[in-house]
Design a protein around this ligand. Structure first.
Ligand code: ZN
Ligand code: ZN
Length: 145
């Protein structure tokens, strides 16, 4: 967990005024990678008295400023994480919705080299791996004795 002064520096570096709600949301995202908005609201409201709408607004501001990355796998609500700028991918469990980080398979963002770019200037590839997480596979493969 980054020190409060580090979080303040992140906000200032992104030209955002340092406020308690912003610090609280940013710290919650750092502590709970891939949490959805409801979970973050719960965490933030333990320390700061803010409305749901305020948390939504702060998340949007942090996402726009590039301090937080918003991911939304198909069929899932939006999740937020503080690991930004490295184009990493995610593996999602079809059964329970658990999400984990997956580094780019080979070297630096090889997925950006599309086989056919149709004339687009491509700056991001969004890859989601779908499967079954370890605890869900354990449940389905354990036969009742
Ligand atoms: Zn699972
Ligand atoms: Zn991630």
């Amino acid at each position: 967990m980054p020190a409060p002064s580090d979080l303040e520096q992140l906000l200032r570096g992104a030209d955002l005024r340092v406020t308690r709600p912003r610090l609280a949301v940013l710290s919650a995202v750092h502590d709970h990678p891939h949490a959805d908005t409801d979970r973050l609201i719960g965490v933030v409201r333990r320390t700061v008295d803010v409305s749901h709408q305020a948390v939504y607004d702060v998340l949007r501001a942090l996402t726009t400023a590039g301090l937080v990355r918003r991911i939304q796998p198909a069929g899932s609500v939006a999740r937020y994480e503080s690991r930004v700028g490295d184009n990493h991918h995610h593996v999602v469990c079809r059964s329970c919705g658990a999400i984990a980080d997956v580094d780019c398979a080979v070297g630096d963002t090889p997925c950006l080299t599309a086989a056919e770019d149709h004339g687009f200037t491509i700056d991001e590839a969004e890859v989601v791996y779908w499967g079954t997480c370890a605890s869900c596979s354990a449940i389905t493969t354990t036969s009742p004795s």
